[in-house]
Ligand binder design. Structure first.
Ligand SMILES: *Cc1c(COP(=O)(O)O)cnc(C)c1O
Length: 304
């Protein structure tokens, strides 16, 4: 194949160790969307001893990855729907996020986790409903999806002293000690610098006049076999250690700007070699998580 995706599990492990050492609280790694494209099974296996439990979006993610059988750690599933049977969650050690009284009552046997709204207004209960929720089910743990310090503070004020285990911080709040509470719940911070994705140049040549559909100008161009059908977009890349640009994206191939010495067969690095998900994201106009997920999923993964 012309695309190579290398996942450095030792780097994920190093990030997990550093986050634990820095915060001194429990670590709940976020494994949703196949661990942002890195592979949930491989990531869970690499850091299970550092994890106090996992977080995914839907129960099916924990079931398909067999997280309980593999690691002996339970999983918080953020969103449960009517088709998710309490008995099935129980059997798989999945603790559902709950945010309304009906959900709390239905999943009372599953050690549910209360999700509290501090501004996100999605899959979360308003602070004034917390007591009603707690009257419907035995609730031992609560979290909020916070991306700002004030949101974590609101959560702490609402539930501090309640005796519940509390967590608020994803990657965005790892530098805010006030948001660490009883556990942190990072995704991106575990995975950055852990993926290198490259594609081989299948063509490389000097240009005559403008190039491609849109007619862009460039002294020398190459072509890679990744296009918008693979999630490719115009943005930065690295060829032979130098920053280049993905100039134009077709359905299954893209043009890349090249230096005079770059030749067919050379690697075009889309992530790694100093090119971070954040830098790609700025150019793509999306989040670093989205850039990482999109690029990590383009090819078959090799673990190292
Ligand atoms: C995805 C998610 C996270 C992790 O977000 P990062 O910014 O990637 O660390 C944390 N908490 C919740 C509720 C999430 O949905």
């Amino acid at each position: 194949m012309s695309i190579r995706t290398k996942v450095n599990l030792a780097m994920v492990r190093r990030h997990a160790e550093e986050i634990r050492a820095k915060t001194g609280v429990d670590l709940i790694p976020v494994l949703k969307a196949d661990a942002y494209g890195l592979g949930a099974v491989a990531v869970a296996d690499a850091i299970s001893d550092l994890s106090s439990g996992w977080y995914v979006f839907r129960p099916s993610e924990a079931i398909e990855s067999r997280l309980w059988d593999m690691t002996g750690r339970s999983t918080i599933a953020a969103v449960v729907l009517p088709e998710d049977e309490p008995q099935q969650l129980l059997a798989n050690h999945i603790r559902p996020g709950v945010w309304d009284a009906a959900g709390a009552a239905r999943y009372a046997i599953c050690d549910p986790v209360l999700c509290v709204d501090t501004g996100m207004q999605r899959f979360a209960c308003p602070i004034e409903k917390i007591n009603e929720m707690r009257s419907r089910a035995p609730i031992a743990e609560a979290f909020t999806h916070a991306v700002k310090r004030e949101q974590a503070e609101l959560f702490r004020q609402a539930l501090g002293g309640s005796g519940l285990r509390m967590h608020a911080a994803g990657s965005a709040l790892l530098d805010e000690p006030g948001a660490w509470l009883d556990a942190v719940r990072p995704g991106l911070a575990l995975y950055h610098d852990a993926v290198r994705v490259s594609a081989r140049l299948v063509q490389a040549h000097d240009t005559r006049g403008t190039v491609g559909y849109g007619g862009f100008s460039c002294q020398r161009v190459g072509v890679i076999l990744l296009g918008y059908s693979n999630g490719m977009r115009v943005g930065p890349c690295v060829v032979n250690g130098r920053r280049q640009q993905v100039m134009e994206v077709g359905m299954q191939s893209s043009y890349v700007s090249l230096d005079a010495s770059d030749v067919c067969g050379d690697e075009v690095v889309l992530l790694g070699d100093g090119l971070s998900p954040g830098e790609v994201a700025r150019s793509w106009g999306c989040s670093a998580q989205q850039a990482l997920l999109t690029i990590a999923r383009m090819g078959e993964k090799v673990y190292e």
